[in-house]
Design a protein around this ligand. Sequence first.
Ligand code: ATP
Ligand code: MG
Length: 363
Amino acid sequence: MLANSYDIAVLPGDGIGVEVMDATLDLLRVVDQRYGVGLSFSVQRAGAFAYKETGTDLSDETFERTARADAILLGAMGWPGIRHADGTELSPQITLRQRLNLYGGVRPIRAIPGVPLPLSDPRAAKIDFVILRESTEGLFFSKDQGMVSSDWAEETLRLTRPTTERLARMAFRLADHRAGQSGRPGRVTLVDKANVFRAFAWMRTVFAKVAESYPHVGHDAHYVDAMALDLVRRPWDFDVLPMENMFGDILSDLGAGLIGGMGFAPSADLGDTHGLFQPSHGTAPDIAGKGIANPTACFLSAAMMLEWLSVRGGGQRLADAALGIRAAVDAAFMDGLRTADVGGSAGTVQVTRAVITALRSAP
Ligand code: ATP
Ligand code: MG
C-alpha cells in the first residue's frame, strides 16, 4: 500500500470530541509538513447532534465514505438526553465496529514522562502495556437481547473460535512488533477466569495453539481478579494483555487511571481490513465548551493511526511521524505542561501549541 497520500475519514462527533479533533487536525497538518506523509482529511458529520438535526446518527453515505478511507479518526459521540424515539441509546460507534468488523480494541497504557501519576513507586514511569479488548462478542454478545423477567435476568457470554483465534494472532503480532521497537522480549498474557468458567479454559487452549506460531514471544495467562490487583501493584511488568470484551472494558479504564486519566489514553479499533482510531474517553458534557479538554489521548490515537498505516506497508515516513508525535507529547509534558485533569491549567489550545512547538523544534 505504499502510497503518496492517505485519505483519512474524520468523524469529530460531539462534545469534547469536536474540540480534541480540531486540535488533532492542527497537529497533523504540521506533522504532514514536517514528515511529508501526504494526509488528506474528509470531515464527516455523525453522532448525537447529527441525529438531532438529520434524524440519523450515521447516514449510509457517511458510512460508505468512511469505509472507503485509508483510516478513520473519531472524536467521541453521544450526548445526554439525545436518544432514539424508543429510548434506546444511539450507538454509531458500535455500528462502525460491527459493520467494519473491528474486533480488536487496542488500548496502549503508557506513562508519559512528566505527567503526575497516582502510583508513587518510581517504577510507575516505566508503565507501558497494551490492553487488547475483544470487541464483538464475549459478555457483550447478548447486549440488548438479554433475558429479563420479574424473577430472573440472564446474559450470555460467547467466545467463538474464529474471533478468539484472530484475537490471539493480533495479540502475538502486536507483542512481536512492540518487541522489535523496544528491544525487550515480547509477552502475551491472556486475562481470563479459567478457574471458574469452562469457556475461558477453552480460550486458553486456543491461545496456546496460536502461540506455537510465535515461539519467540513469551506467553502466559492470568486470572482477571489477580490482574486487577497486579495492575495496581506492578503494572510495569506487563506487555500485551488480550481479554474478553467486558474484562477489557473494565481494565482499560483502570489502565487509563494509572497514567493520569482518560485524557491520556488513546485507542484503536482494528480489524483485518479497517482501522478506527479514537481517544478512549467520551464526549464529557461536564467540561465541553470550556476549552479545557485534554487533547493528548486524541494526539496519541492519531500517532497509532500513522503507525498502523506504516505497518500495513505505508513506509518509514509514517512510522517516523508517529514517533515524532509521541516524542513531542513527551517533550511538552517534560517541559512542565500540566492539563486541568492532572491539576494544571493548560487548556486544549495551550496543549496543542506546546506539542506543535516541541514537534517543530525536534532535531
Ligand atoms: P462514555 O459513556 O462515552 O464512556 P463517560 O460518561 O464514561 O463517557 P467520559 O466522557 O469518558 O465519560 O469521561 C468521564 C469524565 O472524565 C468526563 O466527564 C470528564 O470530566 C473527564 N474527561 C474525559 N475525557 C477528558 C479529557 N480529554 N480531558 C479532560 N477531562 C476528561
Ligand atoms: Mg466510559
